[in-house]
Design a protein around this ligand. Structure first.
Ligand code: SAM
Ligand code: DTB
Ligand code: SF4
Length: 318
């Protein structure tokens, strides 16, 4: 029964009610949905690499890579293909099943695109799934990425449409949705989620999850990031979240999108083992794995391996 109930007509009031359930009830419901659809003791590992750093034209208020903020990040042009492949090999040797490459761009430029296509082919040849996040894409670019063999495209909606305007002024929520449409049209898998802890309300979180869950096809991968405050960005001093907020958000995402991989994403470095275990209980079944996210620290691979062992979690190739 739980298995069949994939819906695309979630109402905001229903979602808010889920968020407001007693935590035990919410986790029980999410874990029941999770078990009906997945091995509850399996977590998928994706490793991130920032292949072009900083100097981004956009003004996303959380981001260390915007050219508009004075952060400590050093800008770096598009990385050499050989360096990327060496990192991919290392990620595979450490046990990752997917290699996710990010570039600090508003959108990819023609001069870099051939190299991007070559990178996809070479990383795939290492036996890894590939994911890229390069900013906005037009229909032709999406098609070319697909033809090169890309598996996933990451493009987050990040928050509600209303709150997005307070966080970013250089592009719109509709721009983000248009890229998702272009990506879906060519049958690329979608990785799309958001960030909590940017000063948004519970309603903003509910609206983000509603938008994701009511897409014609649910994103195959839903990253739930907790803001990593970066010195020099407008959000650097945002109030810290109650640790249970991410547990609730993961649980609601799991209930709304029963067959998607829900990823406990940025912010994990600041979480203890117990909180991460609670997130897995609430239905998270994927993490970013490796010492670094894009520009900030992640949990160490050693800690992760120990934690998975202690929890009896197997990390799998999908
Ligand atoms: N430029 C591309 C874009 O904006 O889509 C790709 C890279 S961008 C850094 C990818 C995602 O990382 C953002 O959409 C956001 O969800 C997440 N992110 C960036 N900085 C973050 C931070 N400080 N804390 C949490 N998540 C963050
Ligand atoms: C996603 O949702 N989170 C990742 C990935 N997709 C690209 C990025 C997290 C970035 C955290 C801050 C940083 O390291 O710069
Ligand atoms: Fe640029 Fe992406 Fe950072 Fe926004 S989130 S400033 S588009 S790198």
């Amino acid at each position: 029964m739980l298995k069949k109930s994939i819906r695309h007509d979630w109402q905001l009031t229903e979602i808010l009610e889920l968020f407001q359930l007693p935590l035990n009830d919410l986790i029980f419901m999410a874990q029941s949905v999770h078990r009906a659809n997945f091995n509850p003791n399996q977590v998928q590992l994706s490793t991130l690499l920032n292949i072009k750093a900083g100097a981004c034209s956009e003004d996303c208020g959380y981001c260390s890579q915007s050219a508009r903020f004075k952060t400590e990040l050093e800008r770096q042009p598009l990385m050499a293909v050989e360096t990327i492949i060496a990192e991919a090999k290392q990620a595979k040797a450490n046990g990752a099943s997917r290699f996710c490459m990010g570039a600090a761009w508003r959108n990819p430029k023609t001069k870099d695109f051939e190299k991007i296509l070559e990178i996809i082919q070479l990383v795939k040849a290492e036996g890894l799934e590939t994911c890229m996040t390069l900013g906005m894409l037009d229909a032709k670019q999406a098609q070319q990425l697909r033809e090169a063999g890309l598996d996933y495209y990451n493009h987050n909606l990040d928050t509600s449409a209303a709150y997005y305007e307070k966080i970013v002024s250089t592009h719109t929520y509709q721009d983000r949705l248009d890229t998702l449409t272009n990506v879906r049209k060519v049958n690329l898998k979608i990785c799309c989620g958001g960030i909590i802890g940017m000063g948004e309300s519970l309603q903003d979180r509910a609206e983000l999850l509603q938008t994701l869950a009511n897409l014609e096809i649910h994103p195959e991968s839903v990253p739930i990031n907790q803001l990593v405050p970066v010195a020099g960005t407008p959000l650097e001093n945002t109030e810290k979240l109650d640790p249970f907020a991410i547990v609730r958000c993961i649980a609601v995402a799991r209930i709304l999108m029963p067959t998607s991989n829900v990823r406990l994403s940025a912010g994990r470095a600041g979480m203890n083992d117990e909180l991460q275990a609670l997130c897995f209980l609430a239905g998270a079944n994927s993490v970013f794995y490796g010492e670094k996210l894009l520009t900030t620290d992640n949990q160490s691979t050693r800690n992760d391996q120990q934690l998975f062992k202690r929890l009896g979690i197997v990390t799998s190739y999908e």
